[in-house]
Design a protein around this ligand. Sequence first.
Ligand SMILES: [Zn+2]
Ligand SMILES: [Zn+2]
Length: 245
Amino acid sequence: MSASLANKNNAPNASSDYSGIADHSGPIHSFLEYSTSLVFPVLFALNLHWAGSRLYELDLLWLIALAIPLGILGGDLVSGIVHWAADTYCSVDTPVVGPSLVKPFRMHHVYPRDICTHNLVETVGNVCILAFPLLSVCLYLQWLLPESGLLAFAVIVVALTSAATVATNQFHKWAHQESVSRFARCLQRMRLVLEPTHHKLHHTAPFNIHYCITNGWLNPLLNKIKFFRRLEATLAFFGIRKANC
Ligand SMILES: [Zn+2]
Ligand SMILES: [Zn+2]
């Protein structure tokens, strides 16, 4: 992150955290955000219902107790990897991912409270667009292999990971809001969702830790094992350089 971005982010005046620019999606992107935001809960519920019924028939319903933490951790890991990739590689001019993924994350470092101006669909819609084909494939696989208990367990983990990832930007938005509902604050205090002081470490120089933004449970471990630095070194070995190098 450049020095100018760092200064912006650390400015004492909270109003400078907003760009003042209303940046809305184009008509096609907006249609996809709204339509998939409506369909996502249906696909999620259908997958859980079919997979849960299968586990019940096999007397394996207890596996849901294992699937829930796996799904939450999966969502936190996905959020961290996507966030790290968007912060570290490509540019806002890269086709497809540049405007849709890289630009929002890079602009978030300059104007961290712009996310607070987004409505619910603008906040979660981008992830719903990606979750739609994934959950559709899960339904199709369950239709192909209705007897498989292993598939039913995997589908529940994937569905919960998708739900945690879809909810991530809402949790991230709460972490930047000047005030949140008592319910959201309660979830933050229990560390079930991203806690503001925890996330602030990502917005503090050198801006290269705490990428996970669902609830941040994985951040201490990933920092300790230098997960993202090792990934960067591995990619550099294969000739893939960081954008700011
Ligand atoms: Zn970031
Ligand atoms: Zn943030």
